[in-house]
Design a protein around this ligand. Structure first.
Ligand code: 5GP
Ligand code: ZN
Length: 112
């Protein structure tokens, strides 16, 4: 059994509120939403962070991002934010690559 929280969520060993699922991608509601829409989009393949994406993952990474945009569109968002924190110092707390899709409220820049 994987030790990784998001591998376990994608495998449905740990429950989550599913938003999208196919052979390569899983998306689910963030347990602690920071905006009216806060969905996490992950590859089923365990990649720890953006900076660990390999050349062979290029297609998968693009697919995950396109899925993030599709989910935002399905939620009726025209403006939204896609965030990937890379490393603890940047706010990453779960070391399985995930893209936050955030929307439904105004955002400021730069982020905190
Ligand atoms: P990070 O801080 O790594 O960029 O984002 C991790 C995200 O995962 C956080 O927004 C946090 O709320 C979310 N999260 C952590 N544990 C769980 C969980 O067990 N279930 C769900 N649905 N989200 C989680
Ligand atoms: Zn994992």
């Amino acid at each position: 059994m994987s030790e990784c929280l998001f591998c376990r969520i994608a495998a449905r060993e740990i429950p989550s509120r599913e938003v999208f699922s196919d052979e390569r991608i899983y998306a689910f509601e963030d347990i602690n939403p920071q905006a009216p829409v806060h969905v996490l989009v992950i590859p089923r393949k365990h990649v720890s962070r953006v900076s660990e994406l390999a050349e062979e993952d290029a297609l998968l990474a693009g697919e995950v991002l396109r899925r993030a945009a599709a989910i935002a569109r399905e939620r009726g968002l025209t403006d939204f934010r896609v965030v990937a924190n890379d490393g603890a110092g940047a706010g990453q707390s779960v070391f399985h690559l995930h893209f936050h899709v955030l929307g439904g409220r105004p955002f400021s820049w730069p982020p905190g």
